[in-house]
Design a binder for this molecule. Structure first.
Ligand SMILES: Nc1ncnc2c1ncn2[C@@H]1O[C@H](COP(=O)(O)OP(=O)(O)O)[C@@H](O)[C@H]1O
Ligand SMILES: [Mg+2]
Length: 470
């Protein structure tokens, strides 16, 4: 495993280590000072009480024998004792009494209250001995001398060292735990993430052959699953795009062939003027159809890329209804189809947020299809107010759309009757575009037909608010 400084496990482990050390350090300092402080006080108290009990014995019998006895008693212990006269002349000490302590006794300036036990030295950190002094006072309140007692501070230093050692020991354990955490986190987090990253690098090359740990029940599994569904969607889109492109190329090829054929006829010197004129007319029509198709394809590409901008504005339901009535009746006026509106426009007292021109384009496409494909005698228009939007219904009594074709009419380049549609110049993109535009508005475009006697298109558009205008 490579140790990478900026990796997630490394950072988490480092935070873990620092936190542990911080907590441990604070605890250690607290413990160190409290424990040692208490221990020093305890030792000094013991030293004082021992000195006092010696002084008690000596005050009742300040003889050479008792003095020797006391000194001999202390020779058995860690503590040292010195018994002095009232002018601090050392009378007797315990065995192996260091010279430094004798000097200390000699230099000890007795001042203030001489009739009490006094701590001469409690600086355990810098001095080799803790020291106390107790006066020896006999019955008549006369000062016979002093008992000096000393405790080597080694013991306390020993405790201090043991605590420090324990601190180091815990630090070591924390380090080991940190390393273990690092290894564990790397296994649990880094490795799967790295695996995912490598897999996603392959997504672009081969989205269908992605192998990811999707069965895991944690966040990694979730991520893997969403990457997988993303890549499947990518594969689907790619396939769709490729199909669309090859279909489009095919669609464009046909009018181009016609253009060339008629251009050749028109340019031949022997062509009669009437045929020439007709050829040029066909060339014009074909090139117009071609332009339209390219424009439609361009619009679809924009819709796909989300670069298709809607110029939304607040539109009153009643006004839109009137506009649609006018648009449709104008379109059907020049045909043999009768147009009938059943819409009660003034009742549409709602506000819609939409791109008016784009929505008119949708209705124009639907009406255009009725004119081109339906063979209907009559087309009706109606509007229904629903809970959350408006439903516009355009129904014709034409030949209908076969059941098997109905689900596909919104697909790109899909036409029910390829040859007939070609004659009418349709490219099969109109409804695909209309569907996308309605979707962009948060609405829905649906078609119904029995395949023989009618076709109905329903455009649902959500409204922003129900505002009473009247
Ligand atoms: N009112 C209708 N009656 C019968 N067929 C229709 C009707 N509207 C649409 N269609 C069918 O749906 C197909 C797709 O329509 P569209 O996407 O507008 O393409 P285009 O009009 O360019 O052929 C048409 O080719 C036609 O076969
Ligand atoms: Mg059409």
């Amino acid at each position: 495993m490579k140790l990478r400084w900026k990796s997630l496990p490394f950072r988490i482990s480092l935070i873990f280590l620092l936190t542990t050390l911080l907590i441990e350090g604070v605890l250690f300092l607290l413990l160190y000072h409290t424990l040692l402080g208490e221990r020093v006080t305890e030792e000094i108290n013991r030293l004082e009480s021992r000195a006092e009990s010696h002084s008690h014995v000596l005050s009742s019998s300040f003889t050479q024998e008792t003095i020797s006895h006391v000194a001999a008693m202390e020779s058995e212990t860690d503590t040292k004792v010195a018994i002095t006269s009232s002018d601090q002349r050392v009378l007797k000490t315990s065995a192996q009494f260091p010279e430094a302590l004798s000097d200390l006794v000699r230099m000890d300036a007795v001042s203030g209250k001489t009739d009490q036990t006094v701590v001469i030295d409690d600086d355990w950190e810098n001095r080799p001995y803790l020291a106390v002094r107790t006066p020896i006072v006999s019955g008549e309140e006369s000062l016979d001398g002093y008992v000096y007692m000393f405790l080597p501070t080694e013991i306390i230093h020993g405790i201090s060292h043991r605590l420090q050692f324990r601190f180091l020991y815990i630090t070591g354990v924390a380090l080991i735990i940190t390393i273990a955490t690092f290894v564990l986190l790397s296994r649990l987090i880094s490795n799967p993430i790295r695996l995912l990253r490598r897999a996603t690098e392959d997504v672009l090359k081969n989205p269908e052959e992605l192998r990811l740990p999707t069965s895991r029940e944690d966040e990694i599994g979730e991520l893997a699953r969403s990457i997988e569904s993303m890549s499947l969607e990518l594969a689907r889109l790619r396939k769709e795009r490729n199909r669309f492109l090859s279909d489009l190329a095919h669609e464009i090829k046909t009018p181009l062939t016609y253009l060339r054929g008629y251009a050749e006829i028109a340019s031949k010197p022997g062509t009669p003027p009437a045929l020439k004129k007709q050829s040029i007319q066909t060339i014009l029509e074909e090139s117009q159809a071609l332009t339209e198709m390219v424009e439609n394809a361009f619009q679809l590409a924009q819709l796909d890329e989300n670069t298709f901008t809607l110029h939304r504005q607040n539109v009153r339901g009643d006004e839109l209804c009137h506009d649609l009535e006018r648009l449709l009746s104008n379109m059907f006026r020049v045909t043999a189809i009768r147009f009938l509106s059943r819409a009660d426009c003034p009742r549409q007292d709602v506000l819609l947020d939409l791109d008016r021109d784009r929505i008119l384009q949708v209705f124009r496409s639907i009406a255009h299809n009725a004119i081109e494909h339906s063979e209907a005698n009559q087309v009706t228009f109606d509007v229904t107010l629903r809970d959350d939007g408006l439903e516009y219904i355009i129904a014709d009594d034409g030949k209908g759309i076969p059941e098997q074709d109905l689900p596909h009419i919104f697909d790109r380049l899909y036409r029910v009757e390829k040859s007939r549609s070609r004659l009418t110049g349709g490219s099969g993109l109109g409804l695909a575009i209309a569907d996308q535009i309605v979707r962009l508005h948060g609405g829905k475009l649906t078609a119904q037909s029995d395949g023989e006697s009618y076709t109905t298109f329903i455009v649902f558009l959500p409204y922003t608010s129900r505002t009473p205008f009247v």
